[in-house]
Design a protein around this ligand. Structure first.
Ligand SMILES: Cc1ncc(COP(=O)(O)O)c(C=O)c1O
Length: 385
């Protein structure tokens, strides 16, 4: 799908269905039916066939944003991740997964692949030579997540895509943290993009959904599993997503601006041990971020000087404006201790192996006035220095 429009325009205009009545409202109507007439010249439409009008509107917006031919939207990010991987892999195949992934994806791979006869390798680092060494004769898919949750490490999109093309492998990225506003993986040759739409795409902490965007060929493969697994979305939620997507560019740009200021503020404090944010020149992947991201994103993580789980949880709960909460990407700034939330399903040893310390704090920056956010952090940090 080629478009010359810019993301902020796509967010608002792409795919909308103009009301087919004399009223001609500017918003897509909510088509509440789960039963549609079928027959000559009428395709079989059904929510679990992923082809209702409201589903198609958001697919169109997301496909244009990610510069793909088409896509599917699901009832959660994990439905998108799991259906995508089960659609692209079968018994006897092998998948390579990068080091450092969202805990739920890690847990899915660990608990589901083996019993389905799918082999998998988790990398110990994300150097391109490490990806290369992990390729086996039966490897089919390489799965990456960049920036990664919660350490904000980057993986080189261009080199991974190139390696996959040379080796006949399918590259899949979880683009949740960057959102399509801050990163367009297809520009670098990545084949398949998944999202937890629950985060930036929804953006108001009130919708759970997921999406996969790719070529017609890959989406058809994934679709064959999707209709069996059944993680589809209803019209009301689709409409809320359509409404949310219209402000995606505005929200993410403001969130990213705020995050950069907060990252600089935190990194100047002597009593903060580490700040992980790809927009800081001191970040090991800063140059890669400049090359492959349009903006540095609105997620960051950091460690207090006294880096233990209890202290960090106490800190999160002592903030007055910033909310200790699960999930991320909303317009309100939230904070969590990943060892107690997103990565709780991993054992302490598994977390240690991927570098997620028990006391690490993850901040999802919202659209509030950044001065208020900095003041909240400053006032609370003074008691924890
Ligand atoms: C990077 C990433 N991918 C996937 C998911 C799963 O999404 P959901 O919770 O919508 O199923 C999450 C959830 O936190 C996530 O952070």
């Amino acid at each position: 799908m080629s478009t010359h429009q810019h993301p902020a325009t796509i967010c608002i205009h792409a795919g909308n269905i103009t009301e087919n009545t004399s009223l001609s409202g500017v918003n897509t109507p909510i088509y509440t039916s789960s039963a549609y007439q079928y027959g000559k010249d009428k395709p079989n439409i059904y929510p679990r066939y992923f082809n209702t009008p409201n589903q198609k509107v958001i697919v169109e917006k997301l496909a244009q944003l990610e510069k793909t031919e088409t896509g599917l939207v699901f009832s959660s990010g994990m439905a998108a991740v799991s259906t995508t991987l089960l659609g692209l892999l079968q018994a006897g195949d092998h998948i390579i997964l990068q080091n450092g992934l969202y805990g739920g994806t890690y847990h899915f791979a660990e608990s589901e692949f083996k019993r389905l006869g799918i082999e998998h390798t988790f990398l110990t680092d994300n150097q391109i030579s490490t990806f290369q060494k992990a390729i086996q004769p039966n490897t089919k898919v390489v799965y990456i997540e960049t920036p990664s949750n919660p350490l904000l490490q980057l993986t080189d999109l261009k080199r991974v895509a190139q390696l996959c093309q040379e080796s006949g492998l399918i590259s899949v990225i979880d683009n949740t943290f960057a959102s399509p506003i801050n990163q367009t993986p297809t520009d670098f040759g990545i084949d398949v993009i998944v999202h937890s739409g629950t985060k930036y795409l929804g953006g108001h902490s009130d919708i759970c959904f997921g999406a996969v965007l790719s070529t017609n060929t890959y989406i058809e493969k994934i679709y064959q599993r999707a209709i069996n697994l059944g993680g589809s979305l209803d019209a009301q939620t689709c409409y809320l997503i359509e409404r949310s997507l219209k402000t995606l560019a505005l929200r993410v740009e403001r969130q990213s601006e705020n995050a950069l200021k907060i990252a600089h503020f935190l990194s100047d404090l002597s009593y903060i041990k580490t700040v992980n944010y790809p927009g800081l020149p001191a970040h090991p992947d800063y140059e890669m971020a400049c090359r492959q991201m349009h903006g540095f994103g609105a997620m960051l993580s950091f460690e207090l000087a006294k880096n233990d789980s209890e202290k960090s949880q106490e800190f999160a709960e002592s903030l007055s404006l910033i909310v200790p909460a699960l999930s991320l990407g909303g317009i309100e700034t939230t904070i969590c201790v990943p060892a107690r939330t997103s990565h709780i399903k991993m054992t302490p040893e598994q977390r240690q192996k991927v570098g997620v310390s028990d006391g690490l704090l993850r901040l999802s920056v919202g659209i509030e006035d950044v001065n208020d956010l900095i003041l909240d952090l400053k006032n609370t940090l003074e008691n924890f220095s």
